[in-house]
Design a protein around this ligand. Sequence first.
Ligand code: MRU
Length: 346
Amino acid sequence: MPINTIEWIDSQIKIIDQTLLPQKLKYIYCKDIESLKKAIVSLKIRGAPALGIAAALGIVLEMKKSSAKDYSHFKEELEDTISYIGSSRPTAVNLFRSLKRMHNCMEKNRKKKIEKIKEALEKEALQIIEEDKRCNRLIGKKGASLIKDGDTILTHCNAGALATADYGTALGIIYRAKEEGKRVRVYVDETRPLLQGARLTTWELLKEGIETTLICDNMAGEVMREGKIDKILVGADRIAANGDTANKIGTYTLAVLAKENRIPFYIVSPLSSIDLSLPKGEEIPIEQRDKNEVIKGLGKVIAPEEVKVYNPAFDITPAKYIKGIITEKGIYRSPYKKSLKNLGGK
Ligand code: MRU
């Protein structure tokens, strides 16, 4: 899927403004970390791997401007930048992993001149982008081995090229299966409240010429009961050591319905979304978002504005519902505590 979701161009971060899709494909440039943070919080750039890349590039963007003359001042500034970017969205672990990686890179180069440390940081961030591209293709290859000619897949939210450097994770498997000559159909949940499925996933799949059917989230159970779905593939924002997985709100509902309807439910994720420091799903921080996303979610006011709203952006799917976790290194199976051990991402 040749979409450059996020790039480093002329010392600026170039992203697709995903809030404008599918009506408009518009690229915007973040020239400072304030505009980058706004873009992250407002979901102009989104999806766990893409957030990891945004965080790394954010460090490069800010630290390039640093006038620090010695390492300790440079370190102080970089750590402030980490705290600033780290307070944007709490759930996707890729964001924090990248920030840590950039910090490690700075420390590794501490003996060098400040200009050289800046160069090393830029190289590290560009490497994260290249690794993500490679990783997605490997995931696609491993995952496509599970797809049969004629399969119909159900997916939720957007775990495609737009959520990564390119190609995607769950959608990458579908692209790869198609490249291998398999016929694949996809049902896409619209994914209320912000409609990443309706706006982004359908746009990506149609561009690739994949037969795509859009459903409202509350239709998924009936579609499964009617026998229309062979497999469910969704992404992950953070996977705990026992396999419990945080992903877009509504994923848990799908997993339970999948079990009832005997449909294999897979999480598709790079190792960089696995967080072995958290033993179980309840410890994953879940982002709570603005009530207006629900009240005005469809572009106009759809509920009394004074109504109370609960708007968690993610839910936790217990490991017991997950048939396998498809990664760049292979497919991990239950018991995840054992199979994921020592694999907690780079
Ligand atoms: O709120 P979003 O759009 O950032 O949520 C994205 C998801 O939940 C994706 O499924 C997840 O990040 C995996 S992307 C490969």
